[in-house]
Design a protein around this ligand. Structure first.
Ligand SMILES: Nc1ncnc2c1ncn2[C@@H]1O[C@H](COP(=O)(O)OP(=O)(O)OP(=O)(O)O)[C@@H](O)[C@H]1O
Ligand SMILES: [Mg+2]
Length: 582
């Protein structure tokens, strides 16, 4: 039963892969025709050998001088069709991979945030690079081998039967032994290669974490620990690889020996029957040649099974991603000038259904153009709350209205165009400062606008000290810049986007006074005239806010102005005296 469902699954993957191949049927057909000629050329070689021996045996001088030319021609056909079939199928394989890769990359940019919470970056990367490669291999190599080598085997066996049905049946007796050896070999091969793949995955993980956490490794003397962890995996991997090589080469040697047994039997019978003239020497040579030529395609067909299985498994994992639902986007409001009024009506939210609520029955209203500060302890749900506005996640209960309309009614792109976000952990792309400011939808804006945004966010203050100014590279994830500089670039992005709603998730880390004052001034200008939600850690921001929301364990416990909340003398005052009393 289980086997059946597995077969069915494999079939499904096959069919779906085939769908990507069928548009290229012309190339496929051309390659198949080339394969036919290739097999025919192969089948002709034993006959050439026979003719050579016939002439050697009882030839007259000068006879058979055409044979070298026949050989050249046969091998020219063989070489050309070899090239055409391999190139043609590789072309199809690479094409399919190109298509699958773009499809999956596009999917990665469209998947909901929830999907990324439950998957590792390493896995997503390896699917796009490694798994697709295995599918390509299965498509091109497996097709070449399966079609071409099967054809070749058929015609060669045909030639053997033509030369001597008796000897052919004799060789056939050794087939079960070879088949048994081969199946034992492939089982071991599969076992070892799976283990190798797993150990490679483990190795990648250890390398990744040791390299990216190199500072932690240094300061906590983690070198020995990491080295030990890696060497254990490295050693296991080395052992498995040696076992794999041993299995394959031993299996090969045994197979060859079994075939030698067949050949010896053939020669024995041929010689003992020589008197009865079953077979002349020339036909015997033809027979042996055909038999010898059978070995290579047979071996390939056996081994391709493994590549096929790996390819199918890889294909399955790719289709899983392709079938994954993208972000819900069925709103119809595509272009609407938004004033920026926000109503939050008894919303609840949880990341994980099994765990408790992260936000619990929260309601509040924000008038257009005003500033709301959200305060609360670490983990109280502040970042989660503001992340619901651009619909990184959808609420479980309740509703969020923007200008009186439910968020779901807006087209996702349109909705996100209304919101600028300066988040807690700033992500920069490995590009120049300028290109980081005019990222994505902003890239078509004129250079003056970028410079102006950079000016307003005090990015120019440090750009002027860099050799290439605003066109300096920021490095991987902005590693070449300081925390405060990265923040200012993020603020410049928001200036350039110029959207009616602004979300500021202030970084908790303290900055030096100069940076702090730059950022403070930049944010104040930026907030002007926009509906702003600011997760505030700075006293000045909090005091100036029109409304302060106090979150505690996912619930809204107090709201009001700074003075009102101080007067109540509740959670806010506690927070205030802890956080802001320096
Ligand atoms: N992607 C996620 N998946 C699952 N749980 C999450 C996720 N992000 C946050 N949480 C959990 O939700 C809760 C609220 O987190 P949130 O980031 O909103 O807190 P916060 O108030 O912004 O804290 P901080 O002041 O430290 O930034 C925390 O308990 C956190 O563990
Ligand atoms: Mg946060």
């Amino acid at each position: 039963m289980k086997r059946f469902s597995l077969d069915k699954r494999v079939n499904l993957v096959y069919q779906r892969l085939l769908k990507y191949v069928t548009p290229h049927w012309r190339v496929l057909l051309f390659s198949f025709i080339a394969m036919l000629f290739y097999s025919a050329a192969n089948a002709y070689v034993p006959f050439i050998m026979r003719d050579v021996f016939e002439i050697l045996e009882n030839g007259i001088k000068g006879q058979g001088l055409y044979l070298p030319f026949v050989i050249l021609l046969t091998f020219a056909v063989r070489g050309l069709t070899d090239f055409i079939s391999i190139y043609g199928l590789a072309w199809i394989g690479r094409r399919v991979i190109r298509d699958l890769r773009s499809l999956i990359f596009m999917k990665y940019t469209d998947l909901p945030s929830r999907y990324f919470d439950s998957s590792s970056v390493g896995m997503l990367v390896s699917k796009l690079t490694y798994n697709t490669e295995q599918v390509a291999e299965a498509i091109s190599n497996a097709l070449v081998v399966l079609v071409r080598d099967t054809l070749t085997i058929i015609v060669l066996v045909g030639a053997m039967v033509y030369f001597s049905p008796l000897l052919t049946s004799l060789v056939a007796i050794t087939t079960p032994i070879v088949a048994l050896l081969v199946s034992m070999m492939s089982k071991a091969f599969r076992r070892y290669s799976t283990k190798i793949q797993t150990s490679m995955g483990d190795a990648t993980r250890v390398i990744e974490s040791a390299v990216s956490a190199h500072k932690v490794v240094k300061i906590f003397e983690g070198q020995d620990y990491e080295n030990k962890k890696f060497n254990k995996i490295n050693k296991a991997n080395y052992k498995m690889n040696l076992k794999l090589v041993a299995t394959v080469s031993l299996g090969d040697a045994l197979t060859q020996y079994t075939v030698a047994l067949g050949v010896s039997a053939v020669i024995y019978v041929a010689f003992s029957n020589a008197a009865s003239n079953i077979l002349n020497a020339a036909s015997f040579m033809g027979f042996l040649t055909a038999m010898g030529m059978l070995l290579a395609p047979l071996k390939r067909i056996v081994n391709i099974n493994l590549a096929l299985q790996r390819g199918i498994a890889a294909g399955e994992s790719l289709f899983e991603i392709i079938d994954e639902p993208t972000e819900r986007d069925d709103g119809h409001i595509e272009s609407k000038k938004i004033s920026g009024e926000i109503n939050i009506n008894s919303i609840s939210f949880t990341y994980d259904k099994d765990k408790g609520k992260v936000l619990n029955n929260i309601s509040f209203n924000i008038r257009a153009g005003t500033t709301v500060a959200i305060v609360g302890r670490s983990g109280s749900g502040k970042s989660t709350l503001v992340g619901l506005l651009p619909r990184f996640y959808d609420v479980d209960k309740g509703e969020i209205l923007l200008d009186g309309v439910n968020l779901n009614q807006y087209g996702l792109k349109n909705l996100r165009r209304q919101i600028s976000l300066v988040s807690q952990d700033i992500m920069l792309f490995n590009d120049t400062i300028a290109n980081n400011i005019c990222y994505g939808g902003l890239s078509s804006l004129p250079r003056e606008d970028i410079l102006k945004a950079a000016e307003s966010a005090y990015v120019m203050e440090f750009c002027d000290l860099l050799p290439n100014g605003i066109d300096s590279e920021v490095g991987e994830k902005g590693i070449l810049l300081s925390g405060g500089q990265k923040q200012r670039i993020a603020i410049a992005r928001a200036f350039l986007k110029n959207s009616p709603i602004l979300i500021l998730d202030e970084a908790t880390s303290a900055l030096d006074n100069e940076s702090e004052s730059y950022i403070q001034r930049a944010m104040t200008t930026l907030m002007d005239g926009r509906t702003t939600l600011v997760i505030a850690h700075r006293l000045s921001t909090v005091e100036k806010a029109d409304l302060i929301l106090v979150l505690k364990d996912g619930s809204l416990v107090e709201s009001g102005t700074h003075q009102e909340l101080l007067d109540i003398g509740g959670h806010y005052r506690d927070l205030h005296s802890m956080q802001f009393s320096v």
